[in-house]
Unconditional design. Structure first.
Length: 86
């Protein structure tokens, strides 16, 4: 069927075949080709969720670190430099 969309070929290696078999257990009504399309979409969604969760985790760590430090007191640098030798 003619299309302007990109097409991709996938060789059904043992790993790909296993993934399709697993997908067909969840979506038995779909053809193997349709399962491949669904697996690509579901996999991308999961990767996005993982990346979002990792970003939230890292931001949480940074927030926790900042909570430990807190803001510097007023005149902090001046007080620190007062002890330095010229």
């Amino acid at each position: 069927m003619p299309t302007l969309l990109m097409r991709h070929q996938i060789t059904e290696t043992p790993e790909v075949s296993e993934a399709i078999d697993i997908g067909q257990r969840s979506w038995p009504e779909l053809s193997r080709a349709a399962v491949v399309r669904r697996l690509v979409t579901v996999g991308a969604q999961q990767l996005k969720r993982d990346a979002d969760e990792e970003r939230r985790r890292r931001l949480g760590i940074l927030k926790d670190m900042m909570d430990l430090v807190g803001p510097y007191p007023e005149n902090y640098l001046e007080d620190l430099r007062a002890d330095w030798q010229p």
